[in-house]
Design a protein around this ligand. Structure first.
Ligand SMILES: Cc1cc2nc3c(=O)[nH]c(=O)nc-3n(C[C@H](O)[C@H](O)[C@H](O)COP(=O)(O)OP(=O)(O)OC[C@H]3O[C@@H](n4cnc5c(N)ncnc54)[C@H](O)[C@@H]3O)c2cc1C
Length: 384
């Protein structure tokens, strides 16, 4: 008998795999149904994997990458895609080799797995497991309880307690792929910036720099770029710089500003720059460049213009820390990989025990890599 605890991505894959292998499977989830988190992935579209090779995959897994080598070899993205297509779920590959269901509906991913399980005679039973010792006497047990993020989906870290109860080490957990807390962002709350470059520095060291979309919130910054940046950051304070005009070098930007000033000779700086920047951003930029917005353009000095260009190319945001784990996409930390066999996901301490998915101390960047981890560790644990 195999008992799978958790009917998320990893648990579903583990249960299908074990049942296909002829094992008798019990699938337990505290929700009484499968895939509560899976259904909201990829903004409801589910970016279920990334059509990449092994080296690329490892590059996108900052913590736990090497441990995942053999699980990747056993179930690489191409095989994951083939698996879902055989279940009757057509897939498409988008920008950055992100893989989605053609239907753009995450529920179809869950349903494909649930249907397969039903065919194999496995149903989800509503149980919140609080003690694994009795289960370990009945056969193999696979802990696939997820991490701590989005706890309303049922992932509240129970797996860490269950693992610790039988002697496993759990490395400290924190948020990853999470909004960032930053000073002085409240006046900009709600402003979304597209096609900007966000660069993040830990002291002198640049730890992240990418182009994309960023959102200001009351507490700091969010949006796809920010979430990605957070996965590259440690707990120390960081400084972020936003290049508001990445397509223009400083010289070209200065020429553009001079042209704007030229066509608005008697206007104030604020009025003259309203085409260059979103209205909400202007006061913040002028403030950072130490220019009074009511200054007439014909009295702006060369020095002031230089400061304006510098600010537009590197608007500074002081990062205070990470947002809460509840709003994180993924949990960093978890069951220590040192105590797990990388080929089978079997515990090195307890013979009948296996782990799969986010409960493990492995996490990746955005792009479908986290679900790929869930599928391949679920597969390995299911095979045993
Ligand atoms: C908003 C959001 C969007 C995301 N989008 C993507 C994306 O597009 N692509 C991507 O690769 N990754 C994405 N992720 C990350 C991805 O969802 C996770 O990596 C993945 O769901 C982890 O799968 P899992 O099976 O390990 O855990 P989960 O999916 O969290 O499943 C764990 C299950 O265990 C159950 N459970 C917990 N404790 C117990 C217990 N004691 N007893 C019984 N059952 C229990 C829970 O109810 C839950 O159903 C996203 C995450 C979030 C929050």
């Amino acid at each position: 008998m195999v008992t799978v605890i958790g009917a998320g991505a990893a648990g579903l894959m583990a249960a299908v795999t074990a049942a296909e292998n002829g094992e008798s499977v019990r699938l337990l989830d505290r929700n009484g149904f499968a895939g509560k988190k899976l259904n909201i992935t990829g903004k409801g579209r589910c970016n279920l994997t990334n059509d990449c090779d092994r080296d690329e995959f490892i590059e996108n897994v900052p913590r736990g990458g090497r441990f995942l080598y053999s699980a990747f070899e056993r179930f690489p993205p191409r095989d994951v895609m083939g698996f879902f297509e055989r279940l009757g779920l057509p897939l498409k590959v988008e920008r950055g080799r992100r893989v989605f269901p053609v239907s753009d509906n995450a529920r179809d991913v869950t349903n494909a797995l649930v249907r397969r399980l039903e065919t194999l005679g496995v149903r989800v039973e509503r149980t919140r497991v609080t003690d694994i010792k009795p289960l370990l006497k009945t056969g193999r047990v696979i802990i696939a309880t997820g991490g701590l993020s989005y706890p309303l989906t049922g992932s509240t870290g129970d797996g860490y307690t269950l693992a610790a109860s039988v002697g496993h080490t759990v490395t400290p957990t924190s948020a990853s792929l999470v909004p960032l807390l930053a000073r002085d962002c409240a006046p900009l709350a709600g402003l979304s910036l597209k096609n900007i470059v966000l660069s993040v520095f830990d002291g002198e060291k640049r730890v992240f720099s990418e182009q994309g979309e960023l959102l200001f919130t009351h507490e700091g910054i969010s949006g796809p770029l920010t979430l990605s940046a957070s996965a590259h950051m440690s707990d120390t304070p960081h400084t972020a710089y936003i290049d508001l005009k990445p397509a223009l070098d400083k010289q070209t930007l200065d020429t553009r500003i001079l042209r704007d000033f030229d066509t608005a000779r008697n206007k104030t700086v604020s009025n003259a720059l309203d085409k260059l920047l979103p209205r909400l951003m202007l006061p913040a930029v002028l403030n950072a460049a130490e220019i009074d917005g009511s200054t007439r353009v014909n009295s702006v000095t060369r020095n002031q213009r230089e400061r304006l260009v510098d600010t537009l190319k590197a608007y500074r945001v002081d990062i205070k820390g990470f947002g809460s784990i509840e709003e994180a996409v993924i949990t960093r930390g978890g069951v220590s990989l040192k105590e797990i066999n990388p080929k089978t996901m079997q515990s090195k301490l307890i013979e009948n025990l296996y782990f799969a998915g986010e409960v493990l101390d492995a996490d990746a960047y955005t792009g479908g890599y986290n679900l790929q981890i869930a599928w391949m560790t679920g597969r390995a644990a299911g095979l045993g």
